[in-house]
Design a protein around this ligand. Structure first.
Ligand code: SAM
Length: 330
């Protein structure tokens, strides 16, 4: 294992990088994007070679975990080449977050290309509700995608559900039964104020993790999992199942003190915090002349000084961060 070399001003070691491989998506989830999005022109987007170079240099600086995300990573052309390349870097954990729509044809290829784990977003099991939340999504395709991921032999599959009051909060028990049946973990996420949306009022729609736990407890005992994953999710288990139930609660549970991660947008902006705008332009370094790995690594090391101590999300639905989640890399 390489020596950890990325440490910020607060003594936190950064060993987890989320790389966004596209801002584009085949869905338009109501909490994530506006309906009519403009996407980045090609020259502003990092090439797959540039993304791989970034990944390699992060690994040289002690990164042990990489997650590919977006936008929808599986709509990026030739994504398998990137997965194959990053798969050779000896990561302890190599994961992808996807909406699942392309998994029926891609799951097995991803597994063979060296991906370890998949997080699949699933906000509803009702096809009409699913369509209204994703605006363009087809539920059956995603359900088939989940089965394809299981058939391909992926072990650590986790579902992600953003819970919105009056939208899908009534489906929490069903989603839990679905996860138990499929033997996959599930995390419930509080909606974050990223990007300006007009489709719903985020303040009114906020369903806190405490409320979600109360709903689940009407049917199942939830026992906190002792081992801390080191991430923002807090995990629980039900006495009669191996399935873990996670809660990502940016509003009600501050997880900043153990934050070990940074993000890189597909434009090459290194984001030091999900809930702050602090960033460094790595594309400029990548496209500088001459560009050397030393220069790139120094820029990444220097950026650690900008990592803020914590984020402050308010619960009144006000937008605090202008970039949408598809730009941030969820
Ligand atoms: N397209 C992929 C997907 O659907 O999972 C990956 C990108 S998506 C931006 C990553 C995750 O961010 C998804 O689980 C999505 O539900 C979540 N997400 C997007 N916008 C969010 C918001 N405003 N608050 C909380 N979670 C959000």
């Amino acid at each position: 294992m390489p020596q950890a070399k990325l440490t910020d001003r607060f003594g936190r070691t950064v060993n987890y990088v989320r790389l966004s491989v596209t801002d584009r998506c085949d869905f338009r989830c109501v909490y994530c994007m506006a309906e009519d999005m403009t996407f980045l022109p090609r020259q502003q987007v990092l090439t797959l070679e540039e993304i791989a170079r970034l990944a390699r240099n992060f690994v040289a600086l002690g990164t042990e975990k990489i997650r590919l995300t977006g936008g929808e990573p599986l709509v990026r052309k030739d994504i398998l080449e990137l997965v194959r390349e990053v798969g050779t870097y000896g990561l302890r954990d190599f994961a992808m977050t996807t909406n699942g729509s392309q998994l029926p044809t891609m799951a097995e290829k991803l597994r063979k290309a060296g991906l370890h784990r998949l997080n699949i977003s699933l906000d509803s099991l009702d096809s009409e509700k699913f369509r209204s939340i994703t605006r363009t999504g087809n539920l059956q395709q995603v359900l088939d995608g989940i089965d394809a991921a299981r058939d391909a032999g992926f072990r650590g599959i986790k579902l992600n559900t953003v819970v919105m009051k009056g939208r899908n909060d009534e489906e929490i028990p069903e989603l839990i039964e679905f996860a138990r049946r499929k033997q996959v973990d599930i995390s419930f996420i509080e909606e974050m104020p990223l990007g300006e949306i007009s489709e719903h009022d985020r303040g009114l729609a906020l369903c806190t993790s405490e409320e979600v736990r109360d709903i689940i407890r009407q049917r199942h005992e939830l026992i906190p999992v002792a081992k801390d994953s080191g991430g923002p999710a807090r995990y629980y288990q039900m006495p009669d199942s191996d399935v873990r139930v996670g809660f990502i609660s940016p509003h009600s549970h501050n997880f900043c003190s153990t934050c070990n991660r940074v993000r890189v947008t597909v434009e090459g902006r290194l984001l030091l915090c999900l809930g702050n705008e602090h960033s460094v332009d790595l594309r400029r370094v990548l496209r500088g002349n001459p560009v050397t790995d030393d220069k790139l690594q120094q820029a990444i090391i220097d950026a650690m000084d900008l990592k803020p101590e914590r984020h402050h999300f308010s619960t009144n639905g006000d937008v605090q961060i202008l970039r949408f989640m598809n730009m941030t890399g969820g």
